[in-house]
Design a binder for this molecule. Structure first.
Ligand SMILES: Cc1cc2nc3c(=O)[nH]c(=O)nc-3n(C[C@H](O)[C@H](O)[C@H](O)COP(=O)(O)O)c2cc1C
Length: 394
C-alpha cells in the first residue's frame, strides 16, 4: 500500500510551488492528500490540488466531509507524514506554540506521524526573533525543517526566506519515511500464483499457491522505483499499483508471456508455482461419471516447459535470475541443487507444509547463492520481498 503524505499548504506567495512538491511525491510512489489554510486559497485554488491528487482537498475544520464528522482526527491518522510546504511564519508559530485554530494546525496537533515543515517568507519575517525561536522549538521537538533558501524574494527583497527546492523537500520526506528508491531504472519481471492445466471443459490440475509472495515482490520492486511486469496465474488479488500485470492460466501461457519480456529485464523473479505437467489431451466437454470414456480413468501427462531453467540458460551476464524452491524437506540442499541445474543466481528456498508457505501471510526463507546461504526468520511476505531485493542489490 502506498504511504500517505498529508500536505499542508499555507498562505504564501510560494503556494503554487506546492504543485511541484505534489508531483515529486507522487513520482516517488507516494499518495498525497492536501489540506489548505483558508488564506492559502487566496493564492491557489483547491481545484488545482484536487486535480493533481485526485483526492478531496480539505480547508475548514467544520466543513462537511461526507461520512467523516471529525475530519482532523481521521486526516491525522491517515497520514504517514505531515508535510507543510510552504509553511508561513504564522503556521510555524502556531504549531510551535500549540495553537490549533484551523483544520491544518488542529490536524498537526492531533497527528502522531512525523512532521516536516518547509518555511517560506520575507527575509525580515524569517530573521524575526519569534520565527527563529519557533524554528528552534520545533527542531528540538523532532520536527524536520527543510530550511529556506537565500536569494531574490517575491517581495523584491534579497535574503533568506525562499522556499527550499521542491526536490529537496521531497527528498526529506522520503528520508523521514525511509522510502527506498534504489531500484529506479531497473526492469523487473516477476511470476506469481499457480498455473492451471485443464483436464476437460470444467476440471483442471493446479496447486494452492495464493500469489501473495509474487505480488509482494512486484509491489516492493515498484515501490523502490523499478518498472515491473508481473505475470500471474489465476489468483484473487488486486493488481498492485504501478505494475504492468499480465494474467495467464496455463504454464505454456506463462512461459510465452515471460519469454516476451525477459530479454529486456534486469532482474527476473520466478516465484510462481508452475505445474510441471499438463494433461496431454484436453477433453473439450465435461467427462461424465459412469461413461466408458478412457479419458475418465487415465490422464496421460506431458511435461510443461521449465520457465526458470529456460530463462536461466538464456540470461546474459547483466541479468539476475531468482527462482523459488518450496520444499517440505532438505530445503537448503534442494535449493542449492536447483541453483546449479537451473543456472539461477539465487534460489529462495522456503519450507512448505502445515501453516507455512502457500496462502500464508508470513514466509520463512533461506536465500541460497553461489557464495553461501542466508537464513531469514519468518516475516511478512512484503518484508521478505524487500530482503530479497536488498540481497540482489548488494
Ligand atoms: C501577497 C502576500 C504574500 C504573502 N506571502 C507570505 C509568505 O510567503 N510567507 C508568510 O509567512 N506569509 C506571507 N503572507 C502573509 C500571510 O498570508 C498571513 O500571515 C496569513 O495570515 C497567513 O495565513 P495562514 O498561515 O493561515 O495560511 C503573505 C501575504 C500576502 C498578502
Amino acid at each position: 500500500m502506498k504511504k500517505t503524505v498529508l500536505l499542508g499548504v499555507t498562505g504564501c506567495v510560494a503556494a503554487y510551488k506546492a504543485c511541484e512538491v505534489v508531483r515529486g511525491l507522487q513520482k516517488a510512489g507516494l499518495r498525497v492528500k492536501v489540506v489548505m489554510t483558508k488564506n492559502a486559497t487566496e493564492f491557489i485554488n483547491p481545484g488545482q490540488f484536487r486535480a493533481l491528487t485526485r483526492e478531496p482537498v480539505a480547508v475548514g475544520t467544520f466543513d462537511d466531509a461526507p461520512g467523516d464528522p471529525i475530519h482532523h482526527i481521521s486526516l491525522s491518522k491517515e497520514a504517514d507524514v505531515v508535510l507543510i510546504a510552504p509553511c508561513t511564519a504564522n503556521v510555524l508559530g502556531k504549531i510551535a506554540n500549540g495553537i490549533a485554530d484551523d483544520l491544518l494546525t488542529t490536524t498537526a496537533m492531533a497527528t502522531t506521524a512525523p512532521i516536516v515543515l518547509a518555511p517560506a517568507m520575507n527575509v525580515n519575517m524569517y530573521e524575526n526573533e519569534a520565527t527563529q525561536h519557533n524554528l528552534m522549538i520545533l527542531a528540538e521537538r523532532g520536527v524536520r525543517i527543510v530550511d529556506a533558501d537565500s536569494g531574490y524574494l517575491a517581495c523584491g527583497d534579497v535574503g533568506k526566506g525562499r522556499l527550499a527546492e521542491p526536490a529537496d523537500i521531497v527528498k526529506t520526506v522520503l528520508d523521514v519515511l525511509e522510502v527506498k528508491r534504489d531500484m529506479r531504472g531497473k526492469r523487473v519481471v516477476v511470476t506469481a500464483g499457480p498455473t492451471v492445466e485443464p483436464i476437460d471443459a470444467v476440471r483442471y490440475i493446479s496447486n494452492p499457491s495464493s500469489g501473495k509472495m509474487g505480488f509482494a515482490l512486484a509491489e516492493a520492486a515498484a515501490d523502490r522505483g523499478a518498472d515491473v511486469v508481473l505475470v500471474t496465474g489465476p489468483v484473487g488479488l488486486d493488481d498492485p499499483e504501478d505494475v504492468e500485470v499480465v494474467r495467464v492460466k496455463t504454464a505454456q501461457e506463462m512461459f510465452n508471456a515471460v519469454d516476451g519480456v525477459f530479454a529486456d529485464s534486469d532482474i527476473a523473479v520466478f516465484s510462481a508455482a508452475v505445474s510441471d505437467f499438463r494433461p496431454e489431451q484436453v477433453v473439450d466437454r465435461k467427462l461424465k461419471k459412469g461413461s466408458d470414456d478412457d479419458a475418465l480413468t487415465t490422464i496421460k501427462l506431458v511435461e510443461n516447459p521449465d520457465i526458470l531453467a529456460t530463462m536461466g540458460e538464456k540470461k546474459h551476464a547483466d541479468q539476475y535470475v531468482i527462482g523459488f524452491a518450496a520444499e517440505t524437506e532438505n530445503v537448503v540442499e534442494n535449493a542449492r541443487k536447483k541453483l546449479e541445474t537451473k543456472h539461477a543466481d539465487m534460489i529462495v528456498g522456503n519450507p512448505v507444509g502445515e501453516s507455512k508457505g502457500f496462502g500464508a501471510d508470513d514466509n520463512e526463507a533461506v536465500l541460497v547463492t553461489k557464495d553461501g546461504e542466508s537464513h531469514l526468520e519468518s516475516m511478512s511476505k512484503r518484508a521478505l520481498a524487500d530482503r530479497i531485493f536488498d540481497a540482489v542489490l548488494s
